[in-house]
Design a protein around this ligand. Structure first.
Ligand code: HEM
Length: 416
């Protein structure tokens, strides 16, 4: 509870690092309201079940696009395809309409998200430095933030306006429950929700959800490509659970423990967001040391998940470590408790990532489709696993470019 808040210096009116954002909001009523809303209407297990069809459509589109590339013998950048899939998923879950149906806007949103990512690296760094550098960070980037906000505002107003028009015409057809609640709250004078809050939340969800999931998909595929035995075992499991005639779907994932272990292990070795940043609300003692109120807490999850005191062979990619059947050293309960503390790619506690279930489903089906349906020709034979270091995300230094080859002569059927 004491480290459930964030106190970044914010920039009034900005849609990113602004005073209306959710991810940078202090722990309080506004954060609680939005957290409940996104859990019940967007990212919680029941909400995800309701939106399953939306994502199945997008995965099928992703699959057919790769089939097309395979037929034309063209190479693909995994990051580009993954980014498109993930942003379309989030866009459609948020707005009831796929971003891909907004061609021009979709490209703009993806471009802005990429720009925000670069910007956030500088900004986080400045923000975690203590005063007066934190304040300096805001003023240093004020101009860039204003320009970014202006462009986000333009594209999000277009999409929101379109949503409202469609909503009036189609009477609850294709409606996004989350947006409906927010738009209603915005008109209700008793609440303090403004249109800026809505747009800031959309930016938060696109930024927090797309780059992270894209990086996760890339690293997982890279590990699979470099470990042919793992690829073989994954395919055996997929063939057993899904068969060879239909395309993998979200509901298959729960029946594939090895597949889940591979994705989990990739997140352990390559957490896309390796720094968890919080602020101590009150002074306290940690490990005998006095910690002052408002101290910034930085947890290096990358280091925790490679710590030789916590993990056996920490630098090795060993999915078996996450198989339920693997022998446990102590009591099962202790082991689970232990894992909560040492396995933290999504952070932890109240401010832990609310999108982790969605991330597992979206990355799971994307990786599943690529493993199940294609062989892959890698440029240079082996994937270069060098990391981009010193930034807020740990991405691959060299883009993962490869050519899909059809595994089956006829396209697999989708249950969409
Ligand atoms: C592999 C994919 C993802 C990874 C590795 C990831 C990781 C993280 C991490 C480390 C945090 C900070 C947690 C903490 O402070 O304890 C976070 C927060 C957050 N994530 Fe994710 N995330 C992913 C996907 C998503 C998705 C798909 C969404 C939603 C569309 C999302 C939305 C958020 C939000 C809104 C927060 C801020 C929560 C708050 O401040 O209360 N993330 N994520």
């Amino acid at each position: 509870m004491n480290v459930s808040t964030r106190t970044f210096p914010t920039n009034e009116g900005s849609l990113f690092f602004g005073s209306s954002n959710f991810t940078t909001a202090p722990y309080g009523d506004y954060w609680k309201f939005i957290n409940k809303l996104i859990t019940t209407k967007l990212l919680g297990p029941q909400a995800l079940e309701r939106s399953r069809g939306v994502r199945a459509d997008e995965v099928n589109r992703f699959y057919l696009d790769l089939v097309d590339k395979a037929v034309k013998k063209e190479s693909v950048e995994i990051a580009e395809k993954a980014m498109k899939l993930i942003s379309n998923n989030i866009g459609k879950m948020l707005m009831g309409k796929s971003l891909s149906e907004y061609d021009e806007e979709a490209d703009k949103v993806r471009g802005l998200v990429a720009e925000t990512d670069v910007m956030s690296k500088k900004f986080f760094l400045a923000a975690i430095l203590r005063e007066p550098l934190a304040k300096l960070g805001v003023s240093l980037f004020k101009k860039d933030l204003a320009s970014l906000t202006l462009r986000y505002d333009e594209v999000l107003e277009k999409i929101l306006g379109d949503y409202e028009d469609r909503h009036k015409e189609e009477e609850h057809n294709q409606s996004s429950e989350m947006l409906d609640v927010l738009l209603e709250a915005c008109q209700d004078r008793k609440t303090e929700i403004t249109r800026n809050h809505i747009k800031s939340l959309l930016v938060d969800l696109f930024v927090a959800g797309t780059e992270t999931s894209t990086i996760n998909i890339q690293w997982t595929m890279a590990e699979i490509f470099n470990n042919p035995k793992i690829l073989e075992r994954l395919r055996e499991e997929i063939d057993l659970v899904v068969g060879k005639t239909r395309l993998i779907q979200e509901t298959d994932l729960a029946n594939m423990p090895y597949f889940q272990a591979v994705v989990k292990e990739a997140l352990r070795l390559h957490p896309p967001g390796p720094l968890v940043i919080r602020t101590f609300s009150d002074g306290c003692k940690v490990g005998g040391f006095d910690v002052l109120e408002k101290t910034t807490l930085l947890v290096n999850s990358y280091a925790v998940m490679r710590d030789p005191y916590l993990w056996e062979d920490p630098e090795e990619f060993k999915p078996e470590r996450f198989l339920p059947a693997s022998p446990r050293s102590g009591g099962q309960e202790d082991e689970i408790k232990d894992e909560v503390l040492k396995y933290i790619p999504f952070g932890s506690g109240r401010r832990g990532c609310p999108g982790s279930n969605l991330a597992y489903l979206s990355a799971g089906t994307a990786i599943g489709v690529m493993v199940q349906s294609f062989d892959w020709k890698i440029e240079g034979g082996k994937v270069n696993m060098e990391e981009v270091r010193g930034t807020m995300t740990v991405a691959m230094a060299h883009s993962l470019k490869c050519t899909p080859l059809l595994r089956y002569p006829n396209p697999l059927t989708s249950l969409v």
